[in-house]
Design a protein around this ligand. Structure first.
Ligand code: 13P
Length: 257
């Protein structure tokens, strides 16, 4: 059975008092999850607070970026080993905002995923096309290139420890969600690419959808057979929205029922 996940990406939002209220409410509400792992990926300075608030709860936590280097003179960078010390289990890598604003290319993203895996955590590797790429009909080609870069660098065996996230750039923070059918089509094509390299990877890799997921649309997206949960931005900052989304991931059947 494929793992189902609902992952909140707080991006560069939060403050100590706001976080505390959000984390406490989410942790209390998630006690009843049956098959879904709920995760919050917070800004680096809030990892200690998050670790303290979520220890012993059913909610896991992680970061939104990492250095590809294990240590060294890299001012401003944070290593995977450091994240591990704060109890992180997940690290988002290759988010489109990192690719777009911080120049991360496919190879850098693959190296970051490798650093996360080497440190014993799970990378959430993001892929997705821009609006102009979708409109020119190259969505599957772009996503295929991004997936192939990870496969080439990591190999299919290692990639079995990763989670993938399909986030169409045009759907991020725009309120414009991919339809369940649009998401399913890309997820199925990603699964096909993975299966071509390694059948069990195709079967087992969790693929999350991200891009304007809300309580109101989560269930129909998560009910698609190749959508194993979500990567949630804005709605993960609103406790009741995020709780509803996590429950939707837990209650919809996806592929395995
Ligand atoms: P929104 O849910 O705010 O569209 O953000 C999606 C995202 O980028 C999650 O990583």
């Amino acid at each position: 059975m494929r793992q189902r996940l609902a992952v909140g990406n707080w991006k560069m939002f939060g403050s100590l008092p706001e976080n505390q209220a959000l984390l406490d409410t989410v942790a209390a509400a998630m006690a009843g999850l049956r098959k879904t792992i709920c995760v919050v990926c917070v800004p680096f300075p809030y990892l200690a607070q998050t670790q303290a608030a979520l220890a012993g709860s059913k909610v896991a936590w992680g970061a939104q970026n990492v250095s590809q280097h294990p240590k060294g003179a890299f001012t401003g960078e944070v290593s995977a080993g450091m994240l591990r010390e704060f109890g992180c289990r997940y690290v988002i890598v290759g988010h489109s905002e990192r690719r777009q604003w911080f120049g991360e290319d496919d190879r850098t993203v693959a190296l970051k995923a490798k650093a996360v895996l080497t440190a014993g955590m799970v990378p959430i590797i993001c892929v997705g096309e821009t609006l102009s790429e979708r409109e020119s009909g190259v969505t599957e080609k772009v996503v295929g290139r991004q997936i192939a870069a990870a496969l080439d660098e990591l190999g299919s065996e290692i990639l079995k420890g990763a989670v993938l996230a399909y986030e169409p750039v045009w759907a991020i923070g725009t309120g414009r969600t991919a339809s369940p059918e649009q998401a399913q089509a890309v997820h199925a094509s990603i699964r096909g690419l993975l299966a071509k390299r390694d059948g069990s990877l195709g079967d087992l890799a969790p693929i999350l959808y991200g891009g304007s997921v809300k309580a109101a649309n989560a269930a129909e997206l998560f009910a698609m057979p190749d959508v194993d949960g979500g990567l949630i931005g804005g709605a993960s900052l609103v406790a009741q929205e995020f709780i509803s989304i996590c429950r939707a991931a837990d209650q919809t059947s996806g592929r395995d029922g």
